[in-house]
Design a protein around this ligand. Structure first.
Ligand code: BES
Ligand code: MN
Ligand code: ZN
Length: 482
């Protein structure tokens, strides 16, 4: 998709469609069909769309009136959705080009970025494996009504990199587990690192054995697919901070549950159990291009969680790289085991601040539904940093408790810690487990089990992987200040 700034006056814009946001509470609409608005047929209600053809005095073939709701409530988050919705609406009708016309009251870089992000995210389809479908590509989007200037060019470029990197993560998540094994994730990471000039290293089973990563290796032992720990590094020539940010993403390419096997119903979705790893990769793709002034290292522990005669059993006790012993009560609580060793390794590499993203628990879906990422932190300043980045990026996150009293839930009679905490507060006990391995590093854990996958498509976003929280992770790095 080409994305450009439109310099022609509105009525002379040559496009398949002119997209005009219409507000419920603005009497004097800049443009459009006063009769329609008066008749009540279209009043600008949020997410109502109306397509007009051959509008007199307008060069564009069509005008898409896009209901934007109340103008005072129209924020970039709304704008992002509306742009995605308009693009998907036009694409479904084989319209290939459009021009977005925003009024002066919303003509800022924030809104320009939201339009570009929404459109690029809306353009994504998880249909790679459908044969014979006529791919409806969208060719070009232009923006008009914004003040012309270089800063806006920068905004558009940045928004595009962010959304494309998010789509990169979505495409990876959508790959089925027979195509995307841990080795293939490593290949993808290597190609990404080569394309964007990042450092790349992969730890194989032998290396992980040397390092004593018993928690990760225990999960991997039931699968014929060899595990790996992928490390991708970004270094800046002009560090504005002595911080070294570590982004850790859960990379379970398929989670059958292992010996504590999951029910068949819905198990096919467990190909998305590497969404945290994909998000971290997507974030590095954007970070490499946007070049924040802080060092960032991504770590993706990659395994397949399978049952079998070699698989880890309930009751097994493994020794993590940190030296702690773990009683594996439930082999389906595998994410925390692989993340434990990845967090320890991140610290060993010198990461001073840690953020992990993981489809970690069904319990976070019970707690927060599909709308908010569950956010846990062992450090107030770090929690605020990530919440601020999330707000700026438009990812919804909700702070959840971390309190030492919950540690009791993870007591094991036979090892230092148990890998499950019983029936209640499952998202919290999972986070408490990770906290033991973040030790004294400022750390945030993002449980994305409820937000990384969209069960029902939305008008602005296809069903399937969402790419959350790519934009937040990038924003965190870009806005980093000591
Ligand atoms: N990958 C799952 C969590 C999950 C559940 C992600 C639903 C997306 C949707 C994780 O590995 C898991 O199985 N967690 C268990 C933990 C339990 C055994 C303590 C769970 O949530 O049931
Ligand atoms: Mn599991
Ligand atoms: Zn899992």
């Amino acid at each position: 998709m080409q994305i450009t700034l439109e310099r022609k006056p509105l009525d002379q814009v040559d496009a398949g469609a002119l997209i005009v946001p219409v507000f419920e509470d603005v009497k004097e609409q800049r443009f459009g069909a006063p009769d329609l608005l008066e008749s009540g047929e279209f009043v600008g209600k949020s997410h109502d769309l109306l397509l007009l053809h051959n509008v007199p005095g307008i060069a564009a073939k069509r005008v898409l009136l896009a209901g934007a709701g109340k103008s005072v409530e129209f924020r970039p988050a709304e704008c992002r959705k509306l742009a995605g919705e308009a693009l998907r609406f036009l694409k479904a009708r084989s319209v290939k080009t459009a021009c977005w016309a925003l009024g002066s009251e919303h003509a800022s870089a924030d809104f320009a970025e939201a339009v570009v992000e929404g459109a690029v995210l809306g353009d994504f389809e998880p249909d790679r494996y459908k044969t014979g479908n006529d791919k409806k590509s969208f060719d070009g989007l232009s923006l008009t009504g914004f003040p012309v200037g270089t800063s806006l060019d920068d905004s558009i470029a940045r928004a595009r990199i962010l959304a494309e990197s998010q789509n990169y993560a979505r495409a990876l998540v959508n790959e089925p587990a027979n195509h995307l094994t841990p080795a293939k994730v490593a290949e993808a990471a290597q190609a990404l690192a080569a394309e964007f000039g990042l450092e790349y290293e992969v730890l194989d089973r032998a290396r992980m054995e040397q390092l004593g990563m018993g928690a990760l290796l225990g999960v991997a032992q039931g699968s014929a697919e060899p595990p790996c720990l992928i490390v991708i590094g970004y270094k800046t020539a002009r560090p504005a901070s002595s911080a070294h940010l570590g982004l850790v993403g859960k990379g379970v390419t398929f989670d059958s549950g292992g010996i504590s096997i999951k029910p068949a119903d819905g198990m096919e979705k467990m190909k998305y159990d590497m969404a945290g790893g994909a998000a971290v990769l997507g974030a590095m793709r954007a970070i490499a291009q946007l070049k924040p002034a802080v060092r960032v290292t991504a770590l993706i522990p990659c395994v397949e969680n399978m049952p079998g005669s070699r698989a880890q059993r309930p009751g097994d006790i493994v020794k993590a790289m940190s030296g702690k012993t773990v009683e594996v009560i439930n082999t389906d609580a595998e994410g925390r085991l692989i993340l434990a060793d990845a967090l320890t390794y991140a610290r060993k590499l010198g990461c001073t601040h840690l953020v992990d993203a993981a489809t970690l628990t069904g319990a976070v879906v019970v707690a927060l539904g599909h709308l908010n990422v569950g956010l846990f932190a062992n450090n107030d300043a770090m929690r605020e940093r990530v919440l601020r980045a999330a707000a700026a990026a438009g990812d919804r996150m909700w702070p959840m408790p971390i309190e030492d009293d919950y540690k009791e839930y993870l007591k094991s009679a036979f090892a230092d810690i148990s890998n499950v905490g019983g029936r209640w507060g499952g998202a919290i006990t999972a986070a408490m487990f990770l906290k033991e391995f973040a030790e004294d590093s400022p750390w945030v854990h993002l449980d994305i089990a409820g937000t990384a996958w969209l069960d029902d498509g939305k008008p602005f976003l296809a069903k399937g992987p969402t790419g959350v929280p790519v934009r937040t992770l990038v924003r965190l790095a870009l806005d980093w200040q000591d």
